[in-house]
Write a protein that binds this ligand. Structure first.
Ligand SMILES: CC/C=C\C/C=C\CCC/C=C/CC(=O)SCCNC(=O)CCNC(=O)[C@H](O)C(C)(C)COP(=O)(O)OP(=O)(O)OC[C@H]1O[C@@H](n2cnc3c(N)ncnc32)[C@H](O)[C@@H]1OP(=O)(O)O
Length: 280
């Protein structure tokens, strides 16, 4: 089979350089299967694929590449066998520099808009724990296959930070208002099986390769469908959520910076980081 592992940054060097001070393409790889036209984006930032500034920049470049090259599909998964993504990099949020946190949250918004609103068909193979921002990443895709025995959800309530509108909108659009409220207000993490029960994921499988097959099956379902019509329909279906968040994006960012910088939230973040350190 003809596989081409693309160093994203060959084609998107300009974009990535202007986005990121990180070394080029260190946190993920994008592999295109030229026979199917489906690309796999494998997150590879040990130990837990936390979403640092550089990670978000590379994710943005990958999604942009998928759109520009008109991939038939994009599968997002993790190289780690235990963690899909631990969400936002807590080190970016703890004792932040005021300009950096502003730009970090803007970058997160940009990536989310790009992925959520892209016309490329997307699927997530969640082959490990998927927490908060990690869950957002999976929910922004169209289809989710999860490997059993892991946890997924948005734990902000337990971290002591508010769930932001973007995260709420995504959760609501997948599991509905009531289930989203019940989960988000207590920071519930679902097991793979519970996630299937509530509709947070579409399938549960025994391992990553089975998950990739299921995701490919979902994406192959569009072979006979006009890519243009499909892409436009997806955008129309998602436009209400996007419009609202675009309209309020600057207001949301500024409010969040204020909240994150507050003493109470900084104390909670510090305690959360301490708990993680001490769990060993
Ligand atoms: C305008 C609107 C725009 C945007 C709004 C955005 C944001 C609003 C702000 C608030 C929102 C936040 C959303 C988030 O995503 S916050 C992050 C929440 N995530 C977590 O709490 C995950 C915590 N991690 C875990 O539970 C476990 O690590 C995990 C289950 C993922 C894996 O467990 P495992 O046992 O395999 O590994 P650990 O030993 O726990 O961890 C290994 C090392 O990794 C470090 N780590 C873990 N998670 C993070 C993280 N999220 N960020 C940074 N670092 C992380 C952990 O401390 C260990 O480090 P060392 O001790 O080895 O140094």
């Amino acid at each position: 089979m003809a596989f081409r592992t693309k160093n994203l940054f060959e084609k998107t060097t300009k974009l990535v350089r202007s986005y990121s001070s990180d070394k080029i393409y260190t946190h993920m790889s994008l592999t295109l299967n030229e026979q199917t036209g489906i690309a796999t984006l494998e997150l590879a930032k040990p130990p837990v694929n936390s979403m640092s500034f550089g990670f978000l920049s590379q994710l943005a470049a990958a999604v942009q590449q998928s759109e520009a090259d008109k991939y038939k599909g994009l599968i997002i998964t993790s190289r780690s066998s235990g963690v899909f993504s631990a969400g936002l990099d807590l080190k970016e949020l703890h004792h932040p520099d005021s300009d950096r946190i502003l730009n970090y949250l803007r970058r997160l918004q940009d990536v989310w808009f790009q992925l959520y609103d892209c016309s490329t068909p997307t699927a997530a193979v969640i082959n490990g724990h998927s927490i908060a921002g990690g869950c957002l990443l999976a929910l922004s895709c169209e289809y989710r296959v999860m490997v059993n025995s892991f946890k997924i959800g948005m734990n902000e309530a337990l971290v002591g930070v508010p769930v932001s509108p973007m995260f709420i909108a995504c959760m609501q659009s997948v599991i509905g208002q009531w289930e989203a409220e019940k989960a988000l207000l207590v920071g519930r993490l679902f097991t793979s099986e519970e996630a299937l029960g509530v509709g947070l994921v579409d399938e549960v499988v025994g391992g990553k390769s089975e998950g990739v097959c299921k995701a490919e099956g979902y994406l192959a379902g569009f072979r006979e469908v006009s890519a243009r019509a499909r892409g436009l329909s997806k955008r129309y279906l998602r436009q209400e959520v996007v419009r609202d968040l675009v309209r309020r994006r600057e207001e949301d960012v500024k409010k969040l910076v204020e909240i994150i910088s507050s003493r109470g939230v900084q104390d909670s973040l510090g305690e959360h980081l301490e708990r993680m350190k001490n769990k060993k």
